[in-house]
Design a protein around this ligand. Structure first.
Ligand SMILES: [Zn+2]
Length: 497
């Protein structure tokens, strides 16, 4: 080692909810003071920020430091604390080895100087590091345990949810979420209207027309009232969407159910300490009414996104219908997944392609001619009436949201039309007749090219109409072989007509 050791300073800030971490500039400053006091020459400074967006995994500062160590350009590294240098056992073991090989010592502002060329120094560095690691592991263990305890006790996780207000109890020693009447009324109205057969579209239109504050705006306003954010203008109300309404309707919190690790394999539910907004019975009914995720039950025409959801493809295990889901293991590709057991699923693209193939083959086979000749059963008037009633309900909702009619008028219209619509929908034949237009198209498509052109020209909704009219039913069975390859033999094809 030369008379004046060549010294590098390394600093790092990391995520630290306890607030004990010292900022990088303070770490560097203290290290410089230490170097000056000992007459060491600082030849380089490196720092990393684990909190920044790019941080966490990569540490360019640390990598540059270690490169200079490996190149024999340094004699000593100053850190504020050894915990700044290594984040885990693996990094520490590799780091100690390299520093020892180059006879570089580590001096900590808070802690001893460790000569890593000696067995004693290496042992101490290892021991101190073990304690650093233990400390941070204990900290995260404690946080995890506290979260699990909160869940077991049925207490809310962090922020208060829409429908409740958080109040201090026992002179501020604890908090309790109590019902927030205006918001609770909105949630209850959404649930009861859905159960009464109202469409999501009508509910959204109503909330927006009455300018009911959205959950976000409402919760902000609660804080505004409580904390008096006087320098901020009172938050404006944004618009309700079907996603917001749906999310509120199916929240387990409504029935005082506390969910821990929601959506994870370790998911658990507990009885919550807060008051329920709806009965468990109503909650289960509304969840059954709005199955799957992200798919709205609104009968808005032409908005079908997926070919085989809701009753064309079925689970080979439990007979359930399919919903869609984006799987983490499929790089964001959507899958069909059984709505019942949740065990059977397939990537959407190959299943849809298979359905398209068999429908096109059936059209080409000519087997349909008798079907197509058959008088378009007596179902046509029923379907026309259903479409008309649906249209009138949608028009009423539009008129209402545009302010042309009142909520009372909208409800009166709904009350008149609903029972007839429900009755007509109950009477629907299991396989609907082939609509006249579709039958004409199919009759004219006599070659493979023409059939392909026909199919390609159809919207997803039109394709589905054809599938339903032909009574195509796909049963998705468990994959016969492991592995990502799609095997068409695992899908059973049946026709109801
Ligand atoms: Zn199933």
């Amino acid at each position: 080692m030369s008379a004046t050791p060549r010294v590098a300073i390394y600093a790092r800030i990391s995520e630290d909810p306890s607030g004990e971490a010292v900022g990088v500039s303070r770490q560097l400053e203290d290290a410089r003071t230490m170097a000056a006091a000992r007459d060491w020459q600082v030849v380089a400074e490196y720092s990393d920020n684990d909190i920044s967006a790019l941080g966490g995994r990569q540490r360019p500062g640390y990598d540059a430091l270690m490169a200079d160590v490996a190149g024999g350009r340094l004699d000593k590294v100053i850190v504020f604390h050894t915990s700044r240098l290594w984040r885990n056992r693996r990094e520490r073991a590799a780091g100690i080895e390299l520093l020892a090989a180059q006879a570089v010592s580590v001096a900590a502002v808070r802690g001893p100087e460790l000569d890593l060329s000696s067995a004693y120094g290496r042992g101490m560095a290892g021991l101190m590091g073990e304690f650093d690691t233990m400390e941070s592991e204990v900290k995260s263990e404690r946080i995890r345990a506290a979260k699990a305890k909160t869940a077991r006790e049925g207490r809310p996780s962090s922020r208060v949810s829409y429908g409740w207000r958080r109040v201090a109890m026992d002179g501020g020693r604890r908090t309790q979420d109590v019902i927030d009447a205006p918001a609770a009324a909105v949630v209850r109205a959404i649930v009861s209207r859905l159960l009464a057969g109202d469409t999501m579209l009508a509910i959204v239109a109503d909330l927006n027309a009455r300018q009911v504050p959205t959950p976000t705006a409402h919760l902000r306003a609660l804080r505004w009232d409580r904390d008096g954010w006087c320098q901020w203008p009172r938050p404006a109300t944004s618009a309700w969407t079907m996603a917001t309404v749906r999310g509120l309707a199916i929240r387990d919190a409504n029935a005082a159910i506390r969910v821990h690790h929601a959506g994870r394999p370790t998911e658990q539910t507990f009885e919550a300490t807060w008051e329920p907004l709806v009965t468990l019975e109503d909650h289960l009914a509304v969840k059954a009414l709005l199955p799957g995720s992200g798919v709205s039950p609104v009968g808005r025409r032409g908005d079908r996104q997926y070919l085989l959801t809701g009753g064309a493809a079925y689970c080979g295990d439990c007979g359930g219908t399919m919903r869609t889901k984006t799987g983490a293991s499929d790089k964001g590709k959507r899958r069909y997944l059984c709505e019942g057991c949740g065990n059977i699923g397939r990537l959407i693209a190959p299943v849809d392609a298979l359905a398209a193939d068999v429908v096109r083959a059936r059209i080409l086979s000519g087997e349909l001619s008798s079907l197509l000749e058959a008088p378009a059963a007596d179902d046509a008037p029923r379907r026309e009436r259903v479409a008309e009633l649906q249209q009138r309900l949608a028009d009423a909702a539009t008129s209402f949201s545009a302010g042309r009619i009142t909520i009372d008028q909208l409800e009166a219209i709904s009350a008149t039309l609903r029972p007839e619509l429900d009755a007509l929908q109950r009477d629907a034949p299991s396989a609907p007749a082939i609509p006249a237009g579709l039958a004409a198209d199919i009759r004219q498509a006599n070659t493979a090219a023409a059939v392909a052109e026909l199919w390609n020209g159809w919207t997803v909704q039109q394709r589905r109409t054809a599938i339903d009219a032909l009574g195509l039913r796909l049963t998705i069975n468990r994959a016969s072989k492991k592995g990502p390859r799609f095997n068409p033999n695992d899908i059973a094809i049946t026709w109801d007509r």
